[in-house]
Design a protein around this ligand. Structure first.
Ligand SMILES: CC(C)(COP(=O)(O)OP(=O)(O)OC[C@H]1O[C@@H](n2cnc3c(N)ncnc32)[C@H](O)[C@@H]1OP(=O)(O)O)[C@@H](O)C(=O)NCCC(=O)NCCS
Length: 154
């Protein structure tokens, strides 16, 4: 990854760029402006932004639950032009770090069964497939569920 890219918490000022990336990266199940607005202010969510001087290059959305040590990676995406350079891996590690900091011991996610690139990324970083969810996505596509034990060190 290029040194000029940094990962930080997203703010309201990132909203338009987050929505544009969301629309380009996913064909279904888009997070809406209203949902992003809510998550940006929510104590049970973390929205991470990967940025360089040109703007937003990637994002990850993580959800927490008060009574659970399992965090959920709801969404991760990297802009087309920035893919294949390790930014997805960096964002995923940042999501793990954010979950660890919240005291979570594992991170779970769903991925479309036909999303080979994302599945390779998750498996390379140690996520383990543990279940399927039929018809999970708006267009009826099935999901795999993945989990990684992330430990409790900061
Ligand atoms: C999935 C996604 C986040 C991956 O982002 P990315 O930044 O391309 O991820 P990485 O660069 O870490 O890894 C992608 C590939 O680049 C390779 N790569 C990483 N750094 C590299 C480098 N410096 N030189 C050459 N190749 C490199 C990786 O090995 C990997 O190869 P593989 O696909 O053959 O396994 C991105 O493709 C995306 O946004 N997709 C659309 C949204 C999506 O599907 N999200 C997941 C929903 S569950």
């Amino acid at each position: 990854m290029t040194a000029a890219i940094r990962i930080r918490r997203a703010t309201l000022a990132d909203l338009d760029a987050l929505l544009a990336l969301e629309r380009r990266a996913f064909t279904t199940d888009h997070l809406s402006r209203r949902q992003y607005h809510k998550h940006l202010h929510s104590p049970t969510a973390a929205v991470l932004a990967a940025v360089d001087a040109s703007g937003l290059l990637g994002k990850a959305v993580i959800f927490f639950r008060g009574n659970s040590s399992i965090a959920r990676l709801y969404s991760i995406a990297v802009a087309d032009a920035a893919r294949g350079r390790g930014l997805g891996e960096t964002l995923l590690k940042a999501a793990e770090h954010a979950a660890r900091k919240r005291g979570c011991v594992s991170l779970r996610l769903e991925v479309r069964q036909d999303n080979a690139g994302a599945i390779r990324l998750y498996e390379r970083l140690g996520f383990r497939r543990f279940a399927a969810r039929a018809g999970y996505y708006e267009d009826g596509a099935d999901a795999w569920r993945y989990e990684k034990t992330i430990g409790d060190s900061a």
